[in-house]
Each structure stands twice: as structure tokens, then as C-alpha cells.
Design a protein around this ligand. Structure first.
Ligand code: GLY
Length: 577
């Protein structure tokens, strides 16, 4: 691998788990003392570090660390910055998940969007009961009640060291004074402009964006200022809430009451032991943490079958696809919002259960898709464009944050007078059980639409610890590809012992039960044609996908953090002393 690859700064190119009960629900209550907001702790790492989606977010993190902020302050400041400079996925009009490791304790914050109060199970069906194409993807009716600002407020209030206004300041400056538009952003804007033409007000706000030119967002600057002045209320109440509700009137479902009632939730993260590491990852309403743990453990259970099988060989891809088939069968059947549906987290992450599933893997030929039933007793598409960042501070705290407006530029609706790009997260519900969403993933009643419910997600912000110290912080966008991508990078690092840059840059592939025996490969790193041919001879089909993730990861070797931004994106890895 090249030096550019190794030193990339700006690039283009569960054994033991904590759930004691059979069903893990909501309302995680931490009994630990309040976080000590002092600078008295000694540094345990040689530096702080970030892997983020663009250079502006890295500059923001540097500024926050230089002011004495910790990983949570930096993470919150990055979220607001990306809402300005990475508007295709960074957001205040969407939602997400934050996995934290603070003072040697794991936490998980769910600030996923919720369905509006007047949402109904069949809101995207016509009078014949058929799904109305595009209705959950474009325009006002696609929008879920945003959670990002509530999430950032909760996290910063609980663990931050700086003043709220300090963490908002960089984003306000980028919105007011502008930032230089990157060619990748311009490409994505152009594509979105075509997609939303005639359907939304997208061009009114983003029509003037030009690669290489400075782009200013005065409405968004004013909104961010209201949030800086009023905290979460600056978004969920008052002028901002009124403007959002006004832009919805006659078009969409969100009202001032929806906004006022929104709450982020602290939940018990999924905790699992794997390969000497503790995995701290996303619980429902994400499917990702369960999926990641099942993938890693099934692979470990099949050690004799994987032994000496080279990465990206036909046999490796076949075995991983067999595991993925089983994970996606469970995902489709059992996963949804734990506040509405008893998700059998403990069973799905139980070692004996995972071993039983691993034993169903056929080492020679693809298992018949129809025969791969959910293990405890159907699959879904999803939008791939989300964004992730990873942060560690010199005190050894870590934040892994993935947040989204679903597709690039969400629903294409900008709430008038606010500059806020609104999500199209309602598409992550099953509009009609058995019908695939935009990621091709099929859902069950567990993920049916209901007022206040959160749609099932694949976002998998993850932290690995060893001996109570952070060893890796990792995540990616990618819809249903999120946890299969993270699985591959973790496996590349710890099973194949690849240095982090190679592990992140290596080719990634994906299978998700449906379409049957279909392997998605990526243009960034095509698979060897001979490998493809050998797998086609076994009965697999291949499909090229435009996008296979934008991993942002930090590995910590003893006391030295090594961040890596995926060469597939415009991310930046930076060590900050
Ligand atoms: N909208 C992508 C996800 O939540 O996984």
C-alpha cells in the first residue's frame, strides 16, 4: 500500500453479554455518579484523534480539543459542523445513535427519528393496499420527527466539559461565512437535484452550490444560533419548531406537538465478548449491533472452515455470504423499536443460538434462500447514505457516532426559513410487511409504522475495548451494508492481522438473503474475475453497487491512537496533540 494510503489525511479514493433478562427493552438507567467535569484526570493516550467525514469537521474537533473539550464535546461539535459542511448526510433534521465509553463505562444514546403522532400503519399504501412508490422517500410525508438536536443536547449535558455555546460556535461560523464546496459534494448535489426535481424545494436552497466556490447558509446559521442560545428548546420549541411545522402544514404530518414531545433515550448497549475484546455496540432500534455480533461469532464458530481460507477468495466470500444469509433472516423477522416490540436480543446474541445457526452453514454450496428461515421460530433495501465519525480523547474516552437523514439530502425538503434538510427516515419502516424498502430489505410487523415509533436502522456505532481500555472505535454509513462492512474491517484487523489502513481500504462485498444468492461488489475494488466466475459456477449472481461504506475508524495500540478515514470518501483522519 502507498504512503498516501497509510498517511491519508484527506482522501478520496457478543460469550458474555450484559442483558440479564430475556428481553431487553428501554429506559436504561445509569447508576454511576455524574461525570466529573474537571480537567483533573491524567492523560492516558499520547493524543486525541478523530476520523471524520470531512476536513471542516476535523478542524472543528481540533478547535474543541484545544479549548480543553473532551471526546463528547468534540463529537457534538462535529455533528453540528457536518450539518453545515456535509449537508448530504450530516444533519440536524435527522437522527442517529451514539455509542460512548466514558470513564471506563459504556453508554448508548438513541436519538433516532420517531413517526409523527398522526402516522398510520398503511400511510404509504393506496386503496388497493399497494405501496405508493416514492411516497416514503421524497417530500414532506417521508419525514420522521428529527432527533439529532435532542441527542446532542443530552450527550453534551451529561458528559461534556465545555459550554454548549462553545460546541455550536464552529458550525455557526461555517454556515454564516461559508465553506468551499468539494467536488464530491457537488456530484451528490447534482444527483439529488435531478432526483428531487419537481417534487421538493431542494433547488431553492442548494441550486446555487458550486464546486470550489464558497457556499453560505444564512437561514441555517440563524437556526444554529437559536439552538446555541436556547439549547434543545431552540429547535423543538419557539421559532424553529414553528417554522418546521409551518412548512409541513398541508403537506406532511409533523406538528409543533410532535417536536415538543420528542425525546432521546439512553439505552443499554449490546455488550459481547469476542476474541479477547469487549464489543460495545448498538441495540434495537438498530439491527446493526445484533447483526455484527452474530457475524463475528458465527465466523469464530466456523474457525475450522475459515482456517487458511484467503481473504476475498471464492471460498471466503461463500462462507461469509452463508453467515450473512442467516443474520438477515433474523433481522427481517425479529427486529424493530424495543419500545413497541419485544425484541429477543438475548436469544439472538446467545452463544448456543449463534453456534446452532453457524452449524447450518453449507460449506460447499449456497443454502437455498427459502430454506433459511428466521432462526428462532423474511429480508429488507435501505438508503446507504448516512455518515459516521469516531473520536477518542487523550483521557481515554471514546465516541462512535452514526447519524443520518437516510438518503443523500434526505426527503429533499428544506424546512422553509430554517435551512434544515429534513430526513426521509419513514422509509426505514416496513410500509407493507414483505415489501422491500430502499435498501432492498424486507420487514415484518415488528417494524410496522405506529405513532411515536422509531424505524428499524442498521446504524452500528461500535467501540471495542480490551482490559477496560478502548482498542477500536468504528462505524460507517451504508444502510444494510453497515454492519457487514464493519464486520469485514474488524475481521481484517483482528483475524487477518492487517494494518488499519489496508483493512479499511480492502475490498468489501455484501449479501443480505434477498435478492437470492446475490453478492454486491464495489467499483472501488472489484473482485478478481476468476473469483467471480468460481462463485457464479456455484450459483451466485453479482451486482455492482455504487457505494459500499465510508468507514471512519480509530485503532489504539497501547497508548497511541491511529485514525483512518475510508479512501472511498472525503474523510479526514487526524491526530490532535
Ligand atoms: N437510514 C439508514 C439506517 O438507519 O440504517
Amino acid at each position: 500500500m502507498s504512503l498516501k494510503f497509510e498517511q491519508r489525511v484527506r482522501s478520496r479514493m457478543l460469550g458474555a453479554f450484559a442483558a440479564a433478562a430475556l428481553f431487553v427493552s428501554t429506559g436504561f438507567v445509569e447508576s454511576t455518579p455524574a461525570y466529573a467535569k474537571t480537567d483533573a484526570q491524567p492523560a492516558v493516550l499520547t493524543a486525541s484523534a478523530v476520523a471524520v467525514a470531512d476536513k471542516y469537521a476535523a478542524d472543528t474537533a481540533e478547535q474543541i480539543f484545544k479549548q480543553g473539550g473532551n471526546a463528547v464535546d468534540a463529537a457534538v461539535a462535529i455533528a453540528f459542523t457536518l450539518a453545515v459542511t456535509y449537508p448530504e448526510a450530516g444533519n440536524i433534521g435527522g437522527g442517529g445513535f451514539m455509542t460512548l465509553y466514558v470513564d471506563h463505562r459504556p453508554y448508548f444514546l438513541d436519538y433516532r427519528e420517531r413517526a409523527p403522532l398522526t402516522a398510520t400503519k398503511n400511510m404509504y399504501l393506496d386503496d388497493k393496499g399497494e405501496v405508493i412508490k416514492g411516497m416514503s422517500l421524497y417530500g414532506h410525508r417521508a419525514v420522521g420527527v428529527p432527533g439529532t438536536v435532542a441527542g446532542m443536547w443530552e450527550a453534551q449535558k451529561r458528559f461534556g466539559k465545555l459550554k454548549w455555546k462553545q460546541v455550536l460556535a464552529p458550525s455557526i461560523k461555517y454556515a454564516q461565512d461559508g465553506f468551499e464546496v468539494d467536488d464530491q459534494l457537488q456530484e451528490r448535489r447534482d444527483a439529488a437535484s435531478k432526483e428531487f426535481a419537481g417534487k421538493t424545494n431542494f433547488d431553492l436552497y442548494f441550486g446555487g452550490m458550486k464546486q470550489g466556490a464558497v457556499f453560505k447558509q444564512p437561514d441555517l446559521a440563524a437556526t444554529l444560533q437559536r439552538i446555541a442560545d436556547g439549547g434543545a428548546k431552540g429547535f423543538y420549541e419557539g421559532q424553529t419548531a414553528q417554522l418546521i411545522a409551518e412548512s409541513m402544514r398541508g403537506h406532511g404530518l409533523i406538528t409543533e406537538r410532535d417536536l415538543k414531545e420528542y425525546k432521546a433515550v439512553w439505552r443499554q448497549p449490546i455488550l459481547a465478548s469476542w476474541n479477547g475484546y469487549r464489543i460495545i455496540t448498538a441495540p434495537p432500534p438498530s439491527s446493526g449491533g445484533i447483526g455484527l455480533v452474530q457475524l463475528l461469532k458465527m465466523k469464530a464458530d466456523l474457525k475450522d472452515k475459515f482456517d487458511n481460507v484467503p481473504l476475498d477468495s471464492a471460498q471466503y466470500i461463500h462462507l461469509v455470504a452463508e453467515i450473512e444469509k442467516r443474520v438477515f433472516a433474523d433481522r427481517a423477522q425479529y427486529l424493530g423499536d424495543p419500545d413497541f416490540y419485544k425484541v429477543p436480543v438475548a436469544q439472538l446474541t446467545n452463544d448456543d443460538y449463534i453456534l446452532k445457526r453457524a452449524q447450518e452453514v453449507n460449506p460447499d454450496t449456497p443454502s437455498d434462500t427459502k430454506s433459511v428461515l428466521p432462526g428462532l421460530g423474511t429480508s429488507m433495501p435501505e438508503k446507504a447514505e448516512t455518515t459516521h465519525y469516531s473520536v477518542v480523547d487523550k483521557w481515554g474516552n471514546a465516541v462512535s457516532n452514526t447519524y443520518t437523514i437516510n438518503g443523500y439530502f434526505g426527503s429533499g425538503v428544506v424546512a422553509e426559513g430554517t435551512g434544515i434538510v429534513l430526513n426521509d427516515e419513514m422509509d426505514d419502516f416496513s410500509s407493507k410487511p414483505g415489501v422491500a424498502n430502499m435498501f432492498g430489505v424486507v420487514g415484518s410487523d415488528a417494524n410496522a409504522i405506529a405513532p411515536r415509533k422509531r424505524p428499524l436502522s442498521s446504524m452500528t456505532p461500535t467501540i471495542l475495548t480490551k482490559d477496560d481500555k478502548v482498542a477500536m472505535v468504528i462505524g460507517t454509513p451504508g444502510g444494510s451494508r453497515i454492519f457487514t462492512s464493519i464486520f469485514q474491517v474488524i475481521s481484517n484487523v483482528y483475524d487477518f492481522r492487517m494494518p488499519l489502513p489496508e483493512a479499511v481500504g480492502a475490498t468489501r462485498f455484501h449479501h443480505q438473503l434477498l435478492p437470492p444468492n446475490t453478492i454486491f461488489q464495489e467499483p472501488y475494488h472489484k473482485l478478481d474475475p476468476e473469483v467471480v466466475k468460481a462463485l457464479e459456477d456455484k450459483g451466485y449472481k453479482f451486482t455492482m453497487q455504487d457505494f459500499n461504506g465510508d468507514i471512519q475508524a480509530i485503532r489504539i495500540d497501547d497508548t497511541t491512537p491511529e485514525p483512518m478515514a475510508d479512501p472511498r470518501g472525503r474523510g479526514v483522519a487526524r491526530v490532535i496533540r
